[in-house]
Design a protein around this ligand. Structure first.
Ligand code: BJW
Length: 258
């Protein structure tokens, strides 16, 4: 079944209620026993947290990702990298979970596989969260001595050396380009994608690998893939149902009570 509404879901339902993709998705999710949600920056965008690739206001429209989110960039200019993380951390400190995070939290059995490094899913009450790209709320030693410390998100730190070994700077506990994803998180994510009935993809451009490969894995394993995004993305061609619109409007509509 391929349903890709050309208009917004709400407009479509006005013209053809029997074929309303929102109702189809809601019914499908009510019948599903194992649901995995794979999320990206668009999930937190309605909370005021910046995305990476949105034209104009995405971080990568304004800055070179390799200077800010790679080991090479950190080696070249650690002060710049930590200034960027301080700006993002301050933005996140002001943010609260939106209706999409809260809708995801209503299904306690739902497994969250997220590329997001913010803590908005936790704060909404989601319980099973697999973080593919780490956690921006702590810093660790870049040399890998094992030192980790929580960060005050209201007053984020600038560049400083590791107080434990002094061999390198402290950097966010996130996954940068060219770095391997946390092995335990990746193993759990693959299992959650391969063993679910429904795989919801929300707010991601689906261009960053290996994370985006989970969508194909879920589809090949037989899950129904529901894509929720503001616009068409690299996940579109794998969608059984594609719902174009804002996550904070669509997720409550498909996960809320009947
Ligand atoms: C809404 C909305 C609303 C807006 N409602 N929707 C060539 C081919 C394939 C792969 C590669 C390649 N060359 C290099 C690679 C590998 C590389 C990669 O994938 N690069 C591609 C980009 C080309 N990947 C890696 O390097 C990964 N590691 C790796 O491969 O390791 C190999 C290895 C193995 C063993 C040893 C050593 C190495 C690591 C990737 C790390 C990504 N890191 C970042 C930043 C760090 C985290 C942080 O600081 O927060 O992670 S980059 C950035 O992209 C961030 C995100 O998690 C990630 C994904 O972005 P996301 O979430 O999809 O955001 P956007 O902005 O792209 O999309 C938002 C979407 O939402 C848009 O579609 C909007 O329309 C939509 N939206 N508002 C609904 N209200």
């Amino acid at each position: 079944m391929m349903l890709k509404p050309l208009t917004t879901p709400r407009l479509k339902s006005m013209t053809d209620p029997s074929n309303d993709p929102i109702q189809q998705a809601a019914l499908l999710l009510r019948k599903s026993q194992l649901i995995t949600c794979f999320s990206g920056a668009g999930l937190s965008a309605p909370s005021g947290v910046g995305t990476f690739r949105d034209p104009g206001d995405g971080w990568w429209s304004r800055y070179d990702p390799m200077r800010l989110a790679s080991p090479e960039g950190f080696k070249e200019d650690p002060e710049l990298v930590m200034k960027w993380y301080a700006a993002r951390r301050s933005q996140m400190a002001q943010a609260s979970p939106n209706a999409a995070h809260h809708a995801l939290a209503t299904r306690k059995d739902l497994i969250q596989v997220t590329q997001n490094t913010d803590n908005l899913l936790d704060r909404a009450g989601c319980q099973d969260i697999i973080r593919l790209h780490g956690d921006i709320t702590s810093d660790r030693c870049h040399a890998g001595c094992g030192y980790v410390e929580p960060v005050n998100m209201d007053q984020p730190p600038q560049h400083r050396s590791c107080p434990a070994c002094g061999q390198a700077g402290l950097r966010p506990t996130v996954t940068w380009f060219g770095e391997a994803l946390p092995a335990d998180a990746w193993a759990r994510a693959e299992s959650a994608a391969a063993n679910c009935d429904a795989f919801i993809v929300v707010g991601t451009s689906a261009v960053v690998y290996p994370a985006a490969g989970l969508i194909g894995l879920a589809a090949q394993a037989g899950a129904t893939v529901i894509v929720v995004n503001r616009e068409a993305s690299d996940a579109s061609h794998m969608a059984d149902l594609e719902l174009l619109g804002s996550a904070d409007e669509i997720l409550p509509a498909i996960l809320g009570p009947a």
